[in-house]
Each structure stands twice: as structure tokens, then as C-alpha cells.
Design a protein around this ligand. Structure first.
Ligand SMILES: Nc1ncnc2c1ncn2[C@@H]1O[C@H](COP(=O)(O)OP(=O)(O)OP(=O)(O)O)[C@@H](O)[C@H]1O
Ligand SMILES: [Mg+2]
Length: 239
């Protein structure tokens, strides 16, 4: 049987055009990669390299200008494939009058998760991301780091097979950053497939097997396979 990849990108390109096509920005050119089940892969690259654009293409929120992308072997615009995906955007825009607990119930409701399962899952996630104590506080009173954590919990509410995290450690202090990285490794050990992007991981990329080449046409961006990280033992030293 042919292997089913979570993502297959072939020669992907994206050009942003202004209204009437007067201005063009070439965000991606010739990006090809495959992502298999159980892999934890980072898209690494400087600001503007095309990381967020790649994620938007994977989620079907943008259409590629050239090339082809399959998510679970299907067109990313198909709604059904999105049920298997959890997404932490670069910036989360939540309704700030909800409490942390309420927002997770709200998103759980959108996925039609039964109330008893939802309650268990929300409680477990609040504990997991370290927000249990502030679960009754409205989001307008959350710090930047707390909002990032609630975003992570929201990305996990549907118990996704595949998790896409855009700058998961943005706005977190060093302890929060370490905790999030530990959470990512825990999720990996639970068999989740994860694609994350960051411009901060450059320093750690050297020791990792690079498997996503030339993310952008500018050749700035590269990918690294995090699958060896957990076993490397030097994880804490790296970050
Ligand atoms: N909606 C848009 N319209 C025009 N140009 C855009 C748009 N979104 C992104 N771009 C451009 O595309 C390029 C890639 O942007 P993208 O946001 O994908 O980069 P990134 O790697 O995520 O950067 P960062 O590390 O800053 O988040 C940049 O030159 C950016 O200015
Ligand atoms: Mg980005």
C-alpha cells in the first residue's frame, strides 16, 4: 500500500498580489516536502521567510500560486480533513470576555465534543498548560504568556492527530518556553505529528537532520527534523 503522508507539498509557490496586481511579493518558491505520521518537524527561518504563508497553505486558508499541496491525501480546503488538525496561529484573537475555561468549552462545542468528555478534556488541558489557577479569570486579564498557553490548549481541544504551531513560544518567558518545548516532546511521545515554525530555533538546528530544504525562494528558510531531540538528551541545554 502506498504510504499516506500527512502533508505532501510539491513545488509550492505563493505570490501575494495587491489589488489590480500592481505590487507583488514572492513569499514562497519551489517548496517541496513530505511529512509522515509521528514526525515533529520545525520550519525554521528568519522573519518574512514564508513560514506562516506555508501554514496558511497547509490549512487551506490561502491557495498556492503554483505547485500542489495535499493534506491527509486530500485538498486542504476540504472541511473534513480539518477535524484532524489542531492549529495555534501566530496571534490568537479570542473573545476577551470569556474566561479561560469558557473559551475551551466554546471551541470544544464547535467540534461537537460531548459535554462530559469536553469537561474532562478542558480540565486536563488547563492543568497541562499551567492555567488551572486562572481558569475563572477573563481573558482580558490574561498576560501575553497566559494567552499563548490558552491558545495551545485550544489547539489541542479536538485531540488532533496533527498539530500545527506557529511560533509556539512567542511571548513566553524562559521557563514558559521550556515548558512548552517539554509539552511538545510529550505530545510527540503520545504519537502526535507536529509541524512548528519559529525564527528562534536557528541555534538548535545545526545538530538536527535537515529535511525541508529551501523553504523560500530566497533560500533563507530551512527545516529541521526534531524527531531526534527527545533522545538526544541535550534538549535542555539546547534551549
Ligand atoms: N497578506 C500579505 N500580503 C502581501 N504580502 C504578504 C502577506 N502576508 C505575507 N506577506 C509577505 O510574504 C513574505 C512571507 O511572510 P510570512 O508571514 O509567511 O513570513 P514568516 O516566515 O512567517 O515571518 P515571521 O517570522 O515574521 O512570522 C513576507 O515578505 C511578507 O511581507
Ligand atoms: Mg510568521
Amino acid at each position: 500500500m502506498e504510504q499516506q503522508y500527512f502533508i505532501e507539498a510539491e513545488n509550492l509557490g505563493k505570490v501575494y498580489r495587491s489589488l489590480f496586481g500592481l505590487r507583488e511579493v514572492k513569499a514562497l518558491e519551489g517548496l517541496s516536502f513530505k511529512l509522515s505520521k509521528g514526525e515533529v518537524v520545525g520550519l525554521l527561518g528568519p522573519n518574512g521567510a514564508g513560514k506562516t504563508t506555508t501554514i496558511m497553505l497547509i490549512l487551506g486558508l490561502l491557495a498556492p500560486t503554483s505547485g500542489r499541496l495535499r493534506l491527509f491525501g486530500k485538498d486542504p480546503k476540504e472541511v473534513a480533513v480539518k477535524e484532524k488538525v489542531g492549529f495555534l496561529p501566530e496571534e490568537s484573537y479570542f473573545y476577551r470576555f470569556f474566561t479561560g475555561e469558557e473559551i475551551l468549552h466554546y471551541y470544544g462545542g464547535l467540534f461537537r465534543i460531548k459535554s462530559n468528555i469536553r469537561k474532562e478534556r478542558v480540565n486536563a488541558l488547563l492543568l497541562r498548560v499551567g492555567l488551572w489557577e486562572v481558569r475563572k479569570r477573563r481573558l482580558k486579564g490574561y498576560s501575553k504568556g497566559m494567552l499563548r498557553r490558552i491558545g495551545l490548549a485550544q489547539a489541542l481541544i479536538n485531540d488532533p492527530e496533527f498539530l500545527i504551531l506557529d511560533e509556539p513560544t512567542a511571548g513566553l518567558d524562559p521557563i514558559g518556553t521550556r515548558e512548552v518545548k517539554e509539552l511538545i516532546l510529550q505530545l510527540k511521545s503520545e504519537g502526535k505529528t507536529i509541524l512548528l515554525c519559529s525564527h528562534l530555533l536557528g541555534g538548535c538546528a545545526a545538530g538536527l537532520r535537515s529535511n525541508l530544504d529551501a523553504l523560500s525562494g530566497k533560500g533563507h528558510c530551512r527545516g529541521a527534523d526534531w524527531s531526534g531531540l527527545g533522545e538526544a538528551g541535550s534538549y535542555r541545554n539546547r534551549f
